[in-house]
Design a protein around this ligand. Sequence first.
Ligand code: GDP
Ligand code: MG
Length: 195
Amino acid sequence: MNFHKAQFEAAYGTSQQLPRPTSPEVAFVGRSNVGKSSLLNKLLYRKSLAKVSATPGKTATINFYDVDGAHFVDLPGYGYAKVSKTERARWGELIEGYFDQDRPLALVVALIDIRHDPSELDCAMIELLQERNLPFAVALTKADKLSKQQAMRQTTLEKNALGLSADAPAVATSAEKGIGIDDLRRLIASAISAG
Ligand SMILES: Nc1nc2c(ncn2[C@@H]2O[C@H](COP(=O)(O)OP(=O)(O)O)[C@@H](O)[C@H]2O)c(=O)[nH]1
Ligand SMILES: [Mg+2]
């Protein structure tokens, strides 16, 4: 799979607008500001295909990228405290609407900041994925903020906190330093070719 072959396809503001699936999908979920756009850019060898923002909580959309015949799906970041009730409801509609459509998901990449224990919303997200029997991998972001040893220890702690087994796929990553990016590309590519 060639991660260089990436282009933005479209942004959708409601789940009803989502196109009929045409290729395997890899969805990215995580709380707002977790580093999702940065990780997507890093995976796709790009500087700003996905917009990195210093101000979280912008209008929620589902963004589709075409990546060498697969779709990477950037789901709106959750858990930003300062958004309105209406905006939060829209977030719920988008995410649940997406997962309720029985889409051809090769993998869901669930992003969690390696420095923090999973939030209630992170745990709810993982539970939603488990309930629906969706294949997922955890990407622990901003691993450059910890030493290698701390990062390994924290990876184990995060998995335990999420109730995942020791062999559940979890990768410590850094968009800034490139840590774990090749491992995550391999996970994604093999999930797509397995499907
Ligand atoms: N140290 C560090 N900071 C990061 C990393 N990835 C993202 N950030 C920072 O975290 C903030 C949010 O990043 P962004 O990619 O927009 O997160 P998103 O809201 O999840 O899409 C920005 O200030 C980024 O510079 C990383 O790997 N290491
Ligand atoms: Mg983003």
